[in-house]
Write a protein that binds this ligand. Structure first.
Ligand code: TXA
Ligand code: MG
Length: 307
């Protein structure tokens, strides 16, 4: 990726206006929440979400948390069960994230959920994130604003250290009051499961007794197509649906101009479409293993692994 000039603006109307302008242009912007600084992008714009991954240099796609202003917005995106709704009423705005089934037509880009049928939602309490949500009037996907593998930033200076030259703007509103990422829960059949421990203790939310917490990149929370998948294909066999890239034309194409941001933004859409096609198998053209390509290949390798 090319090096950007990273501006740091103190929280004020002008900073939020500038942040909103960038978000609506499809750029990621760092903004504080009550837990940690987040790297926010328009959750309805797949290329904007791909730029989050590009900036973080993350070698894999994890589903991201979608931030909204209130329960009404949450309900327009996901079907919250009764227990989740009660939790939302009690703890939102606040450091609680709820995973719930996506509603059809929610407009959330598939890259946000990494192709899953569920979405993680949170109503933040911090004035800067709330002002930005009000200004852009759309949901914002935001993981912590740090390079992949680095610790979560709780001050604008931490974000500068990690992402200087990789994002256009950091909104500085001092130290985050919390410092620990939100608690994540999911409701299934009226029962709560704890997916990530965080600042809030949720009575009745248990981690799976037999294994690790599910949220951070665990296989169970990852989408993979049902059909067998072959990598590095330059042409399709008779029973294959070929997903092309750059010079390799397919039945569909991740990016015919070989653009990795575009390819990342289309990946889960095209996998779903290939899975739903008449062909028995899926083949995918080679994707270069640099930058976002590494995350794309990680996802494809997992999808191709025998299950
Ligand atoms: O405090 C926070 O939650 C911060 C601030 C910026 O809001 N955000 C944050 O986002 O920690 P992120 O993207 O780093 O964490 C997302 C976590 C991951 O562990 C991911 O696996 C889980 O949420 N997650 C997201 N969607 C999920 C889903 N549909 N099912 C299961 N887990 C999900
Ligand atoms: Mg993180």
């Amino acid at each position: 990726m090319s090096r950007l000039q990273t501006h740091v603006l103190s929280f004020a109307e002008q900073a939020i206006d500038e942040a909103a302008r960038l978000i609506l242009e499809g750029e990621p912007v760092a903004v504080p929440t009550e837990t940690v600084y987040g790297l926010a992008a328009d959750a309805t714009n797949a290329e904007a979400v791909a730029r989050i991954y590009e900036a973080k240099g993350r070698p894999s796609f994890n589903p991201l948390i979608v931030h909204i202003l209130n329960i009404g917005s949450a309900r327009s995106i996901a079907d919250l069960g009764p227990v989740s709704l009660e939790l939302a009423e009690t703890h939102w705005p606040g450091p609680l994230t709820i995973v719930a089934p996506l509603r059809p037509g929610s407009g959330i880009a598939p890259l946000v959920t990494a192709g899953l049928a569920t979405v993680a939602l949170r109503v933040p309490a911090h004035r800067a994130m709330r002002a930005l949500l009000k200004a852009v009037r759309r949901p914002l996907a935001a993981p912590s604003a740090n390079l992949s593998g680095a610790i979560s930033p709780t001050r604008a200076e931490h974000v500068v250290r990690s992402l200087d030259g990789r994002i256009p703007l950091i909104v500085d509103d001092g130290a985050c009051p919390g410092g620990i990422e939100s608690t994540i829960v999911a409701e299934t059949d009226g029962k709560l499961r704890l997916l990530r421990r965080g600042p809030l203790e949720i009575p009745g939310a248990e981690a799976r007794p037999d294994g690790p917490l599910e949220a951070p990149g665990q296989l169970a929370s990852h989408y993979a197509p049902a059909k067998p998948l072959r990598l590095g294909a330059s042409e399709a066999a008779e029973d294959e649906f070929l997903i092309g890239f750059a010079g390799v034309e397919g039945d569909s194409n991740l990016s015919d101009r070989g653009d990795l941001v575009e390819a990342a933004s289309r990946l889960f859409d095209l996998l779903h479409a290939a899975d739903a096609s008449d062909s028995a198998k899926i083949a995918v053209a080679p994707v270069p293993d640099q930058g976002l390509g590494a995350a794309i290949n990680d996802r494809l390798r997992r999808a191709a692994a025998p299950r």
